[in-house]
Design a protein around this ligand. Structure first.
Ligand SMILES: NC(=O)c1ccc[n+]([C@@H]2O[C@H](COP(=O)([O-])OP(=O)(O)OC[C@H]3O[C@@H](n4cnc5c(N)ncnc54)[C@H](OP(=O)(O)O)[C@@H]3O)[C@@H](O)[C@H]2O)c1
Length: 292
C-alpha cells in the first residue's frame, strides 16, 4: 500500500497590520505602537460642553453621556440642560448643568474651579456656544457686533485657556473641539449676518494658533475644528427668516435633507475616537445637494 504524503503546510505570514498596532511592516520601518481607536477610552472622564442647552451642544452632550462620560454642560438656560439630563438618566454617563454666561470671564473661571473641586480633571472641551445677531455692517448695531465677538471668540478663548490650564496641571492628554462653521472658511451670501462670518474666521485662526502653541510646548492636547454648513437648529431657522433667502428655505423643506445636530455630534464622536497620536485637525460637513 502506497501512502500519500500530505503537502507541507505553508507557514502563515504575519499580517502586515496587526489588530492593535499601526505601522508594523515587514522590514520594520516603524516600531509597533498599541493604539485604542474606541470612544470607550473616555468612559468615566469629564467633558465640558459650552452651549449645551440647545441645538448642536445638546446633541453632543447626549452622545457623550451615552458613551459613559461625565458631561458638564455650560449655558445661561440651566433649566434646559437639567431637562435634558433627566431624559438621559438611563445611560452610562451623566450630564451636570452649570449656569455660565460665556462672555463673562469670571463665570467660566468659577465653572472650571467647581469642576476641579467636585469632579476631577477635564479631559475634553467642546467649544460650541455661539450666536448670530441680525444687523448690517453699513448701518449696524455695534452692540450686536460686540455680543457676537464676545460669545463666539472671547468666550471660546477663555474656556480654552481654562481647559488647557486644567489639563496641563493634571497631566491630561486632552482634546479640545471648536464648533466652527463653513462660514469660517468662506464668506457666503447671507444677508444681515454682519460680523458672524468674521467671528468664525477668527476661530479658524485660533484653532491653528492653538495647534502651534501646543506643538511648541510639546503638549499632547489635541485641537479639532469642526465646520458644518447649515444645521437645523433654532439659530439656523431664525437666520434663514431674517436673511430672507427664500430659495434656501424652500429647498430645505422640499427637495433636500439638511444637516441635523446629530450629524455634527457624529463628527465630534469620530474626532474623539481617534487614537492619541492622530489629530483630526479640520472637518468640514455639508449636506448632499446643499444650495450654499
Ligand atoms: N445651526 C447652524 O446652521 C450652524 C452651522 C455652523 C456652525 N454653527 C455653530 O454651532 C454652534 C451651536 O449653534 P446652534 O445652531 O446649536 O445654536 P442654538 O441652537 O442657538 O444654540 C446655541 C447655544 O449656545 C449657547 N449660548 C449662546 N450664548 C451664550 C452665552 N453668552 N453663554 C453661554 N452659552 C451661550 C446657548 O445657550 P443659552 O442661550 O442657554 O445660554 C445655546 O445652548 C454655534 O457656535 C454656531 O455658530 C451652527
Amino acid at each position: 500500500m502506497t501512502r500519500t504524503r500530505k503537502p507541507p503546510r505553508k507557514k502563515r505570514r504575519k499580517p502586515l497590520y496587526g489588530k492593535k498596532t499601526f505601522g508594523e511592516r515587514e522590514g520594520g520601518i516603524f516600531s509597533p505602537v498599541p493604539v485604542d481607536r474606541k470612544i470607550s477610552r473616555w468612559k468615566g472622564k469629564v467633558a465640558v460642553v459650552t452651549g449645551a442647552s440647545a441645538g448642536i451642544g445638546a446633541a453632543i452632550s447626549k452622545r457623550l453621556v451615552e458613551a459613559g462620560l461625565i458631561v458638564v454642560g455650560l449655558a445661561r438656560r440651566k433649566e434646559k440642560i437639567e431637562k435634558l439630563s433627566r431624559s438621559l438618566k438611563e445611560h452610562g454617563g451623566k450630564l451636570i448643568s452649570v449656569k455660565v454666561d460665556i462672555t463673562v470671564e469670571n463665570d467660566v473661571i468659577q465653572a472650571f474651579k467647581w469642576i476641579k473641586d467636585n469632579l476631577g480633571p477635564v479631559c475634553i472641551l467642546i467649544n460650541n456656544a455661539g450666536i448670530l445677531r441680525f444687523t448690517t455692517l453699513v448701518d449696524g448695531d455695534a452692540q450686536m457686533w460686540r455680543e457676537v465677538f464676545e460669545t463666539n471668540v472671547f468666550g471660546l478663548c477663555v474656556a480654552t485657556r481654562e481647559a488647557c490650564r486644567n489639563m496641563n496641571i493634571n497631566n491630561v492628554n486632552g482634546h479640545i473641539v471648536h464648533i466652527n462653521s463653513f462660514t469660517g472658511h468662506r464668506v457666503i451670501h447671507y444677508p444681515n449676518s454682519n460680523v458672524y462670518s468674521a467671528s468664525k474666521f477668527a476661530i479658524t485662526a485660533l484653532a491653528e494658533t492653538l495647534r502651534q502653541e501646543l506643538n511648541y510646548t510639546g503638549s499632547k492636547i489635541k485641537i479639532t475644528s469642526i465646520s458644518p454648513a447649515g444645521v437645523a437648529t433654532e439659530m439656523a431657522q431664525i437666520g434663514l427668516e431674517a436673511s430672507k433667502i427664500n430659495h434656501v428655505q424652500k429647498r430645505s423643506t422640499e427637495e433636500f435633507i439638511g444637516l441635523g445636530p446629530e450629524d455634527v455630534a457624529d463628527a465630534v464622536m469620530y474626532a474623539l475616537s481617534t487614537p492619541p497620536h492622530v489629530q483630526i485637525y479640520e472637518l468640514k460637513l455639508h449636506a448632499v445637494n446643499e444650495p450654499f
